[in-house]
Write a protein that binds this ligand. Structure first.
Ligand code: DGT
Ligand code: CA
Ligand code: CA
Ligand code: ZN
Length: 574
C-alpha cells in the first residue's frame, strides 16, 4: 500500500512550501494527506481501476494533488519535492520534529547557519549560535536543546496510534491469504503500550514455508534483515520493523504468551513455573518432558494457578502476585464506553459540525457526547467567549430535539489561566452540562506554581473534569512540572474527574497515573478529544491505557448511561 508513503510526500512538500512562505497550498496538501491516510482502500489499486477521477474522490484531494499522487505512483517521486530537496539541503522533516521548531524557524536555521540535520542543530545550540538569530533568543535555544534531548531518548520508536492500524492491516493481509490458522500482532502492540519499537506478528500454520514466501510478497518492505524457515524480519515500507514468526497450531498459545511479553512479565512467570516444578518456554509449559499446556494462553495461566491476565496488564507491575492471591481486578473492556466527554467541532478547531459529530458518534455505538470547544483565550482556535457559548448551547438544544436515541451535552474546554482562574464567567459555566478545564499555555512553571494553578481551577465548583492533566505529548514533549500525587488528592477532595485523553499523541493520564488515581478512588473519563468525525476510533487507545492502569469499568464515568454519568459530576451550587 502506497497510501502512507504518498501522505508523507505531500506533508513534506507542504513543509517546504511553508518554509517558502506560500499560503493556502500547504493546508490543502495536509488535508489531502489526512484524507489519503484515513482512506481504507489501497490508493494504487484505486488509481489502477478508476484513474485520476478515482483519486479525486478521496476527501481533500483535488485535481492538482491527484496529479501529484499519480506522478508518485508512476515514477516513485514528485518533481516539485525533488526540486526543493535540491535547493534546501536540510532534513526539514527531522528538524521540525523538534518541539517548537516550525518551518519558518527551520528556514532561518538553514539560511543563516546552514544547519543540515539534528546533530548540527544541537552543536550550534550548544555553541550559543542559535540564540543570536532573529526571533530565537536564549530561552528558545535552551528549549531546542530540551527538544533534541527528548527526541534522542525516544529515537526509533513510534506512537501506538501510528503502529496499531498497520499492525491490524498486516493481520488482515495474512487472514485473507488463506494460508494461516491464526495471526495476532503480539509484543507491545498487543499490550497497547504508548510507543512501539517494532511489530511482532505471530502466525500459526502447518505450512511455514508458504507463509514466509507470502510475507515477502505481500508486506511492502524496503529491506529484509533476515529470512528463515520460521522467522522473517524486515523493514516495512511504512517505516518500521516487522518480525514475523510461524508456529504450529498446537503451540500457538504458548508462543503468543511468550511473544506478547513484556519480557519482565515473562521472566517472573517463568520463575513461578519453576517454583511449581514446571518449565515454561515459547513451546509450552512442561513438567519434565511432559507437555502440560500450550494450546491457549488461558490454559497456561490456569495451569500456573493464575486467572487470565490481559495483555495490557503484563508489565510486571504486581499483576502476577495479585493474580496468585486472587485479587487482580478485571479491567474495563473495549466495548464498555457509552459516551465521550471531549469533542471539538467546526465552531473552533474541529473540522465537522455538531450534528455530524453527533451522528458519527451514534454510528460508533455511543449514546452521548459532550461538545467541548475551546474558549476565548485560545484565539488561534477561534475560542468562544460567553456570548458565543450561549449561542452554541441554543443550537445544541435545537439539535437534541431533532436526533432521537442520542444526547448532545453542552460543554466547553475552558482555559486555565496562569493564576488558576478561568477564561469564562461562572454564570455561564453554571449553564453547561460538562465543564472541562485544561492548561494550554505557559507550561514552564515550577511544580509548586503549576500544582497550585491547576488545583485552584479544580476547586471551582462548576469545574467537572480536568482535561489532559499533565500536558505531555507522546514522543514530542514531556509533561509540565506538576505534583500528580497532589493533583490526585485535590481531585478526590473536590470530586473533580480526571481525564484519560485517548488521542494517541496525548494518552494523558498515562498508565502509571491512572493506577494511582484508581488507588485513590478518583473517578476518570476516557475521552477521544476528537477533532473530526473519524476520530472516535481513538477511544480504543484510551481504553488500552485504562487497562494498563488497572482501571475497572466502575472507575470510568462514561461507561454509565447519560443520566448516571451526569450524576457523577460535581454538584454545582444553585
Ligand atoms: P518494543 O518492540 O520495544 O515496543 O517492545 P516488545 O515488548 O514488543 O519487545 P520485542 O519486540 O523486543 O519482543 C517481543 C516480545 O518477545 C517481548 O515482549 C517478550 C518476548 N521476548 C523478546 N526477547 C525476550 C527475552 O530475551 N526473554 C524473554 N523472556 N522474552 C523475550
Ligand atoms: Ca515489538
Ligand atoms: Ca520484535
Ligand atoms: Zn486541550
Amino acid at each position: 500500500m502506497k497510501n502512507r508513503e504518498i501522505a508523507r510526500v505531500l506533508r513534506l512538500l507542504a513543509l517546504y512550501l511553508r518554509m517558502d512562505g506560500v499560503s493556502f497550498k500547504p493546508q490543502a496538501l495536509e488535508r489531502a494527506a489526512d484524507g489519503i491516510e484515513a482512506f481504507s482502500g489501497d490508493i494504487g489499486v484505486l488509481y489502477g481501476k478508476e484513474g485520476i477521477k478515482g483519486l479525486e474522490a478521496i476527501p481533500g484531494v483535488g485535481r492538482g494533488i491527484a496529479q501529484k499522487a499519480e506522478e508518485y505512483l508512476a515514477a516513485g517521486r514528485v518533481k516539485d519535492l525533488e526540486d526543493y530537496k535540491q535547493k534546501i539541503g536540510m532534513d526539514v522533516e527531522e528538524i521540525t520534529r523538534v518541539e517548537g521548531i516550525g518551518p519558518k524557524m527551520a528556514k532561518e536555521l538553514w539560511v543563516k547557519l546552514k544547519i543540515k540535520n539534528l546533530k548540527e542543530l544541537e552543536a550550534a545550540a550548544r555553541a550559543g549560535k542559535v540564540r543570536a538569530l532573529p526571533g530565537f533568543g536564549e530561552k528558545k535555544e535552551s528549549n531546542i536543546l530540551d527538544g533534541i534531548a527528548f527526541l534522542n531518548r525516544s529515537r526509533g520508536r513510534l506512537s501506538l496510534g501510528v503502529a496499531y492500524p498497520f499492525a491490524k492491516e498486516c493481520e488482515r493481509i495474512f487472514k485473507e491469504s488463506g494460508l494461516v490458522d491464526n495471526v495476532v500482532a503480539a509484543g507491545s502492540v498487543r499490550r497497547m503500550k504508548e510507543t512501539i519499537g517494532d511489530v511482532d506478528l505471530l502466525v500459526s500454520s502447518n505450512n511455514p514455508k508458504a507463509v514466509m514466501e507470502f510475507a515477502l510478497q505481500s508486506i511492502p518492505h524496503e529491506k529484509v534483515w533476515g529470512a528463515g524457515e520460521t522467522k522473517t524480519s524486515m523493514r516495512s515500507a511504512w517505516g518500521f520493523d516487522i518480525d514475523i514468526r510461524v508456529v504450529k497450531k498446537d503451540a500457538f498459545g504458548a508462543a503468543l504468551q511468550y511473544f506478547t511479553g513484556s519480557k519482565e512479565h515473562n521472566v517472573k512467570l517463568r520463575a513461578r513455573a519453576m517454583q511449581l516444578g514446571y518449565k515454561l518456554s515459547e513451546y509450552g509449559l512442561f513438567r519434565g518432558e511432559k507437555l502440560i499446556a500450550s494450546r491457549t494462553e488461558e490454559d497456561i495461566y490456569r495451569a500456573l494457578g493464575l486467572r487470565y491476565i490481559e495483555p495490557e496488564m503484563r508489565e510486571d507491575a504486581g499483576e502476577i502476585e495479585a493474580a496468585a492471591q486472587g485479587v487482580l481486578p478485571a479491567p474495563i473492556g473495549y466495548g464498555d464506553l457509552r459516551g465521550d466527554l471531549q469533542t471539538q467541532t467546526d465552531w473552533t478547531d474541529g473540522e465537522d459540525s455538531i450534528e455530524t459529530m453527533a451522528l458519527e458518534a451514534k454510528k460508533a455505538g455511543l449514546e452521548y457526547i459532550a461538545i467541548t470547544d475551546h474558549t476565548q483565550d485560545l484565539a488561534m482556535t477561534r475560542g468562544s467567549d460567553e456570548k458565543r457559548l450561549l449561542r452554541q448551547m441554543a443550537e445544541i438544544d435545537t439539535l437534541n430535539k431533532k436526533i432521537s436515541g442520542f444526547r448532545v451535552l453542552k460543554g466547553a474546554e475552558v482555559n486555565i489561566r496562569k493564576d488558576g482562574s478561568l477564561d469564562i464567567q461562572d454564570e455561564v459555566l453554571a449553564q453547561l452540562d460538562v465543564v472541562g478545564v485544561s492548561v494550554h499555555s505557559l507550561f514552564r512553571m515550577t511544580s509548586k506554581d503549576m500544582t497550585e494553578r491547576i488545583s485552584r481551577a479544580m476547586r471551582n465548583p462548576f469545574v467537572d473534569i480536568l482535561f489532559h492533566p499533565t500536558g505531555r505529548l507522546v514522543l514530542k514533549r514531556d509533561a509540565y512540572q506538576v505534583d500528580m500525587a497532589e493533583i490526585i488528592r485535590v481531585a478526590k477532595e473536590t470530586g473533580t474527574i480526571l481525564e484519560i485523553n485517548a488521542f494517541p499523541e496525548r494518552l494523558d493520564l498515562k498508565d502509571t497515573h491512572i493506577r494511582q488515581a484508581v488507588d485513590a478512588g478518583v473517578k476518570m473519563a476516557i475521552d477521544s478529544d476528537a477533532h473530526q468525525k473519524g476520530h472516535f476510533e481513538v477511544l480504543r487507545y484510551g481504553i488500552g491505557q485504562a487497562k494498563r492502569g488497572w482501571a475497572r469499568k466502575q472507575d470510568i464515568i462514561n461507561t454509565k448511561d447519560v443520566a448516571e454519568c451526569l450524576a457523577s459530576l460535581k454538584k454545582s451550587p444553585e
